[in-house]
Design a protein around this ligand. Structure first.
Ligand code: ADP
Ligand code: MG
Length: 597
């Protein structure tokens, strides 16, 4: 996924895509499940005299106020506090220490603030050992959260934004890509590649890894070869894709020209002194060099970045085309989540990109499409389909053993040693293997389990944390899916829930439809036909929200038996939080009435 380590070709990563990934796929346990009880405890503990801390206070504390350390023996709390006040103000100490002043704010210090918060002790570097029991007594609001006994060494390693440098079990796919793309390093056009695989099978990570290697090697051998990465889930129209590409190439052309100008200016100066300097160059005279400089400066003037909206698409295309063709190079355009682009905007972009090579004079373009949807080419123009699919590489789901390897690798840097109990990784791997071998899910589980353990203030992550993490992630997913359903689907789902709440199981379509109709009337919504409602039920089934099986009723034909496959209460709460659906004040009476009939 998008990297944030900053050690790669960042120009291939868009800010927007990074942003989208962060927000799209991360259950964020940090924002929920606070533990008010614990905070209560730490902030209402009796205030000890803070002076015992003083001698052991670590001297390298970056936020410690000067005044605090200069008074090792202290006096009364009050004395200290006064002394500190003077000191920190005189030194213009930063706000954080200014407000804290290393002194204890007693119960009577601030109205309505019963705790003794000692922010002066805030020290990010303090080890658990250093903070000792003396600190324990005077912990502030953030102390527990900051210090504790952290389980993680480097949590970032488990986030989707981290690009691993090793991708176990993807050697074959990576080698295949490299074998095709090496052509670019020989100055020829690589075949277009289409990569398929379900989410979390390592497509993005592998593609980025390969593109970094490709660019590194091209720099090493000074072969002009560039990779442009676009996440089509974010950049999802032809205009935007072309505009983004155009602007990136313009940027690169500008850098290329600046570089040339610098060299030419140097050459001009040298040649002015000694004309022999021009011997091995294409220039016959200093004037020729100056002409070239003037031409390049003109070119630099002419580049016109594409605005994010407003131009006719053909103008965007020709700007992009000219920018690519400005100088000789092979360009690999990686279109990640290409299925989303086609779904949203059709295949025009792909059509235009795939026929470029016949018109380009200096450069060559090769396309690498990445799709989560195995059947997306069915929607493509046959010409686009055959051009794009010159080479196909499939990323199969990981099995539990492979997931275990992947997790093991990442866990080594992510966690402090000996913090994972034995069964944690195998269990995360097993859960994720059920989830179509999704490595992203496996990593999410491991990270969330660690966070839950951290909140429990335990020293190790246990199996139970993994199970809790699985529930949490599953629930987060359900909530998100239900929240974003269209109103009509929400009403159908709510009808199903009402029936289940009334003890009906194996609900049939007709029953759902009747309740649905009443709900629509209640809130003045359009009533769809039963046939459409049946379709919506199938969609809910595909989303894993209900389970609908077709059963034969003999001579009465066939019907669906529907059961809810998500937690009832949470789902109902999400539905009722919708402003429209929430208008249904109390649906029980008419559900009940239906059974009385
Ligand atoms: P996809 O693009 O197929 O949906 P990603 O490449 O984004 O999947 O992978 C999902 C997550 O799993 C990322 O955090 C990625 O770093 C990690 N991952 C996937 N495959 C591997 C692997 N073989 N080794 C290590 N990490 C992997
Ligand atoms: Mg991906």
């Amino acid at each position: 996924m998008e990297k944030d380590t900053g050690d790669g070709p960042t120009e291939t990563t868009t800010d927007e895509s990074r942003h989208s990934d962060e927000t799209a796929s991360e259950p964020d346990p940090d924002t929920s499940g606070d533990e008010p009880a614990d905070r209560q405890r730490s902030s209402s503990e009796p205030s000890p005299n803070s002076s015992p801390d003083t001698p052991t206070q670590s001297s390298d504390s970056p936020v410690e106020t000067k005044g605090y350390r200069e008074e090792p023996d202290g006096g009364t709390d009050e004395d200290q506090s006064n002394a500190n006040d003077g000191q920190s103000n005189a030194n213009g100490a930063p706000d954080s220490s200014d407000t804290a002043d290393g002194a204890t704010v007693g119960t009577d210090g601030i109205d309505g603030f019963s705790g003794d918060v000692e922010l002066g002790d805030l020290d990010l570097d303090t080890d658990a050992e250093d903070s000792g029991e003396t600190d324990e007594a005077s912990r502030g609001l953030f102390d527990d959260l900051l210090e504790g006994e952290p389980i993680f060494e480097n949590k970032e390693v488990l986030r989707p934004s981290y690009t691993p440098h090793k991708l176990p079990h993807r050697e074959e796919q990576i080698n295949n890509m490299a074998t095709i793309l090496v052509t670019a390093l020989r100055g020829d056009t690589p075949s277009n590649i289409l990569i398929y695989g379900k989410t979390g099978t390592g497509k993005t990570a592998s593609a980025k890894f390969v593109s970094e290697e490709l660019e590194t090697t091209s720099r090493k051998y000074e072969v002009p070869c560039e990779v442009q990465y676009i996440n089509c889930e974010v950049t999802d129209t032809q205009y935007r894709v072309l505009a983004q590409l155009a602007n990136k190439f313009i940027e690169q052309n500008e850098a290329y020209i600046e570089d040339r100008l610098e060299k030419l200016a140097e050459l001009r100066d040298l040649a002015a002194e000694d004309p022999a300097e021009l011997d091995d160059t294409a220039f016959g005279s200093v004037a020729a060099v100056e002409n070239r400089i003037a031409d390049l400066e003109d070119d630099l003037e002419e580049f016109d970045p594409v605005p994010m909206t407003g131009w006719p698409t053909d103008r965007v295309y020709s700007t992009f085309f000219d920018a690519v063709d400005y100088h000789e190079r092979v360009v690999v355009i990686m279109l990640d989540e290409i299925d989303k682009l086609v779904e949203k905007s059709g295949d025009d972009t792909l059509y235009n990109l795939s026929r470029m090579n016949s018109e380009l004079e200096n450069s060559r373009v090769s396309i690498m499409g990445i799709s989560n949807d195995l059947k997306f080419t069915d929607f493509l123009d046959p010409r686009v389909k055959s051009s794009l699919g010159e080479e196909e590489i499939v990323f199969p789901p990981y099995d539990a053993t492979q997931l275990r390897d992947i997790l093991q690798h990442r866990a080594e840097t992510a966690f402090k040693s000996a913090t994972l109990s034995e069964d944690v990784i195998p269990l995360c791997a097993a859960f994720a293997a059920q989830e179509h071998g999704d490595a992203r899910r496996a990593l999410d589980l491991l990270r969330t389990a660690g966070e839950l353990a951290e909140r429990d203030r335990t020293e190790t992550v246990e199996e139970k944390h993994v199970r809790k993490a699985q529930e949490k992630i599953e629930l987060d997913r359900v909530v998100e899916v239900v929240r974003t359903l269209p109103t009509q689907s929400k009403l159908v789902l709510y009808a199903t829930i009402l029936l289940e709440k009334n003890g009906v199981h194996n609900i049939n379509t007709g029953e759902v439809f009747n309740i649905y109709k009443r709900l629509c009337q209640e809130i003045d919504a359009d009533v769809l036909t039963q046939r459409r409602v049946t379709d919506l039920i199938s969609e809910l089934d595909m989303l894993g929200i209900v389970n609908a099986i077709v059963v034969s009723k003999g001579r009465y034909g066939r019907t669906k038996e529907i059961n809810l496959s998500v937690p009832l209460d949470e789902t109902e709460a999400v539905l009722l939080s919708d402003s429209r659906v929430g208008e249904v004040e109390d649906a029980q009476p008419f559900v009940q009435a239906r059974f009385d009939n």
